[in-house]
Every structure is written in structure tokens, then in C-alpha cells.
Design a binder for this molecule. Structure first.
Ligand code: SF4
Length: 499
């Protein structure tokens, strides 16, 4: 049994919240318990000896009010040296925190309905809800109430505080626009099927066992069609099956994907039906999936109610707090005061009147957050050596520099081109499912990147092909430029890289 498994048995992980005030008062964390801080969304940043912490904050249903964003900006300024990241699980991340400040930060988050419970650790992580929920005319159902209910039932629940490893859930009501389900432990995709009476019925296709890390597995279909009323019950049953049957000996082989690989989706479905639900689930066809897997929706898009949602593009998720505060003002001035976070490290201002779109776009351009469907909007990078203890290479600054050079050179791309880069094999920013995926590594002291080509969480549903060679860090921009030039020279109009 690994150390963390022993530790979880000694102290129920969510009880770490009770110890945080003591640690803060003493200015010191019990080193034996430090790994349990993850369950409070807190963990040491690199280098650990310096004692600074990072914190991940969940954004339930990916939706937050302008006031909440102001609180986030304030925390970043007051405690985090002005650093603020939007993550690819729709969360916010702070750095440079001290244990002394964690209680005050948690209090401030609480005042605006945000929390960190289960943001990290071996438990149910942030439930990803489509950022388009309730907005896009093409969605089958607004998944926000289901996501809220799922989060309320599973996340932070003591029944699920000790899972074999992290556990990720996503819901979308518009699978033709999003593909993130393929890399989640459970993905719920809404679609409609025709009943015997010829009437359309809306329900969910359920996928299980997706997960990247050093060995990527795309999710598999359970083969069911469940009603919206069954979603939380089925989510709970699958999570419980994983808790009880998932592997706990080797943490590198503990995600649900390994159980599904060994057992098969069919047998796993039987297990869930017989041991956890006590009834069979209705079988059903697959939901249609997105062509590009989520990068389809950038820029300005029409809503079903005649208004517009505007996806603003950050550079690798980093937003300085002053800009975040201005974004909050813009959401109030042009929208309904709410913003959303996306799984591509971007943000969105919904409910914008058509006659206000140009003015909002101009203001976003001035903040260098233009809502454009360009490389900037489809490129993500993880934390890297700046703060991550596992990282082998630098990430965000390097990619930001690359995008600054390449974006103006490739404005003529007529399809999204996804670039995902990580600082190690752990795949926090999913290098295996990008058109061009870079995985950071060290060759001696030199920072290099392995290349994965033509992965996709869109219709192609494939992990990228790993090339034999590596790209030295200083040649990253040049290499990417050559790939893009070659792609554009050899493609037909509208053809994507993976096609
Ligand atoms: Fe850290 Fe590796 Fe994850 Fe990047 S992929 S954040 S370097 S663990």
C-alpha cells in the first residue's frame, strides 16, 4: 500500500480542513499530513523548501458572478503576488500563498460561493459543466442543475473522500460542440432519440474510463441512454463502483481507466447495474460528437434568446488581477454580471446584446483578451517548472512567447489548430489529444519536448502519434511554425489537421 493510502486511513482526508487553522496559527504544516492538504485544494509549490503553496479553486458549473471574480482578483493581489491562472478544468489557481493566509482566503471564497473542497486529492474533482449551458441554441438540455446536483452529491462527500485516485466528471448538453468527455472518468453527453411513438426524448449517453497521464486512455461508452433524472444516481453508482473496485496498490495504475481496460465497459456496466443500482439501464445509441472537440466555439456566438456569448482568449490561462477586475466590470456593463470559465483556459461573457458586441470586443482587445478564433484561443499550457514540483520544463512563459510570434503569422488558418504543451508526462494539459502536443522532458540538462501529432477529442477520437525525434526548447517556435506552414500548404479548404 502506498504512503498516501496509509495516510488516508489514518486521517479522513476532508478532516484536514479542521487542522488548517492550527497550521496557520503556527505558521507551519505537519510534514506528515502535508499531502492531505490537496483535499483542500492546497499543495506545495516548487521549490517545496521555500514553504509557499498553490491553491486551486472550484467554479461550480463554470459560472461565477462579477463580484466573485473581484474576490478572486483580490486574493491574487493580497496573497499571491498578483498571479492568477484559469485552469483547463474551469478552475482558478493561485500561487505564492502562505499557510498563515489560507483561513482568510477560504473565508473570502466562501463569501462568494466558491470553495476548494476536493479541488485536488483522491476524490471527485471539479465537475465540468458545459460553459455553453443554457446559452447555445444547439444544446439539448441545460446541464447546470444536474452539474450542481452532481457536485452537491459527490464532491466533498465523505463517502467519496477516499477514492483510489482523482476522479473527474463532465456533463455537456451540446456534445456537437464539446468533446471533453473522452478524457474524463465519467462523461455525460445529452442527445435525443426517437421513441416508439415518434416523439423525441432527451437523455444522456454515458462514457467511462477516460484519462490521460503518462498512458492515455480515451473513454468508452457504457452503451446506455439514461434520463436526466437518472444522471446523478448513475454518477454516484459509478463513483461508488470505482471506490470499491478500483486498484489501490500502484498509484500509477489506479485511475478508473485501468479497471475499465481490464474489465471492459460491458462488464463494468453489469457491475454498476447489479451491485449499485439494482436494475438494468436502458441501452441506447451514441450521441453525436463535436468535430473539433471543443475548440469549435471561440469568438462571438449567438445565443438561443437572441443575445450573444463572447469567448475571450487568455494567453495560456494567465490573467493579471487588474484585468480580471476589468472583466468583471465588462460582464456587468455588457452582460448580466456573470462570467464563465472554459476547459480551454479561456473565459466567457454571456448575455451580450448584438448592438453591444462591437464595443465589448474593442474593450477586450484593449485588454489583450480579444475574442478571436486564433491560435491563442486554442493553445493551453500547464504550470511547468515555474511552480510545479514534478515539472521537467518551463511551460507558460515559453508558450506565451511562441504564440506572440506565431499568431500574427497564421491568421489565415480556416480551422481550429490545437496546441497543448506540458512540462512532464503527466498530461495536465492533455498533450495526447491536440493537433500538436508537446510533452516536456529533460535530455541531460537540456529542456526538450516530445511531439505527439494529430490527437483529437473531436470526431476523430484518437490519441496523437508520438514522433521519434524531440524538439529542443529553443526550437519550439520554429518547429511549430514549420508544422503550421506545411499544414496550410497541403490542406484543402476547411480540412482539419487530424483529417
Ligand atoms: Fe506539473 Fe507535469 Fe502537470 Fe505540468 S503536466 S502541471 S509539469 S505535473
Amino acid at each position: 500500500m502506498s504512503d498516501i493510502e496509509t495516510l488516508k486511513k489514518e486521517l479522513p482526508p476532508f478532516e484536514i480542513f479542521d487542522l488548517i487553522p492550527q497550521y496557520a496559527a503556527a505558521g507551519q504544516i505537519d510534514p506528515e499530513k502535508i499531502d492531505l492538504l490537496k483535499w483542500a485544494g492546497v499543495y506545495p509549490q516548487r521549490p517545496q523548501e521555500d514553504g509557499f503553496l498553490m491553491m486551486r479553486v472550484k467554479v461550480p458549473t463554470a459560472e461565477l458572478h462579477a463580484d466573485a471574480l473581484r474576490v478572486i482578483a483580490g486574493i491574487s493581489e493580497d496573497f499571491g503576488r498578483g498571479l492568477l491562472d484559469v485552469t483547463d478544468r474551469q478552475a482558478f489557481q493561485f500561487h505564492w500563498l502562505r499557510i498563515q493566509d489560507i483561513p482568510e482566503i477560504l473565508n473570502r471564497l466562501d463569501t462568494v460561493g466558491l470553495h476548494t473542497r476536493g479541488a485536488c486529492g483522491d476524490t471527485v474533482r471539479a465537475v465540468i459543466a458545459s460553459p455553453l449551458a443554457g446559452l447555445d441554441a444547439r444544446e439539448k438540455i441545460d446541464v447546470r442543475p444536474l452539474a450542481r446536483s452532481m457536485e452537491g452529491t459527490l464532491s466533498g462527500n465523505k463517502d467519496f473522500e477516499d477514492l483510489p485516485r482523482k476522479f473527474k466528471i463532465s456533463l455537456t448538453g451540446a456534445p456537437e460542440l464539446e468533446g471533453i468527455h473522452l478524457i474524463n472518468d465519467i462523461g455525460f453527453l445529452a442527445h435525443d432519440v426517437e421513441g416508439p411513438d415518434g416523439q423525441k426524448e432527451v437523455g444522456f449517453d454515458v462514457w467511462v474510463g477516460g484519462g490521460l497521464g503518462a498512458v492515455a486512455h480515451l473513454a468508452q461508452r457504457l452503451g446506455v441512454f439514461i434520463t436526466p433524472g437518472e444522471v446523478v444516481e448513475v454518477g454516484r453508482a459509478i463513483t461508488a463502483a470505482y471506490r470499491d473496485h478500483g486498484y489501490r496498490v500502484n498509484r500509477k495504475k489506479s485511475r478508473l481507466k485501468y479497471l475499465i481496460k481490464d474489465m471492459g465497459a460491458e462488464k463494468f456496466r453489469e457491475l454498476v447495474e447489479t451491485e449499485y443500482l439494482g436494475r438494468p439501464l436502458r441501452s441506447g445509441p451514441p450521441a453525436p460528437v463535436a468535430r473539433f472537440g471543443g475548440s469549435d466555439v471561440l469568438g462571438v456566438n449567438p445565443q438561443k434568446n437572441g443575445l450573444n456569448y463572447v469567448v475571450l482568449t487568455t494567453t495560456v490561462g494567465r490573467i493579471d488581477p487588474e484585468k480580471a477586475r476589468k472583466l468583471a466590470d465588462l460582464a456587468e456593463r455588457y452582460g448580466n454580471g456573470f462570467l464563465r470559465t472554459t476547459a480551454f483556459q479561456n473565459m466567457m461573457i454571456p448575455h451580450v446584446k448584438t448592438e453591444h458586441v462591437d464595443a465589448l470586443v474593442a474593450e477586450l482587445q484593449a485588454l489583450e483578451l480579444a475574442p478571436k478564433a486564433t491560435l491563442r484561443g486554442t493553445t493551453i499550457a500547464c504550470t511547468g517548472t515555474q511552480f510545479c514540483r514534478l515539472a521537467q520544463t518551463e511551460t507558460k512563459a515559453r508558450v506565451a512567447g511562441m504564440i506572440d510570434v506565431l499568431e500574427p503569422l497564421h491568421t489565415d488558418l480556416d480551422v481550429p489548430f490545437v496546441i497543448n504543451l506540458t512540462g512532464c508526462s503527466n498530461a495536465c494539459t492533455r498533450y495526447q489529444v491536440a493537433d500538436l502536443g508537446f510533452m516536456g522532458a529533460l535530455r541531460g540538462d537540456e529542456e526538450v519536448y516530445n511531439v505527439h501529432l494529430a490527437g483529437s477529442i473531436g470526431q476523430a477520437q484518437r490519441t496523437g502519434t508520438k514522433l521519434k525525434g524531440i524538439v529542443p526548447a529553443e526550437r519550439l517556435t520554429e518547429y511549430t511554425d514549420r508544422v503550421l506552414r506545411d499544414f496550410k500548404a497541403n490542406k484543402t479548404p476547411g480540412e482539419s489537421f487530424v483529417e
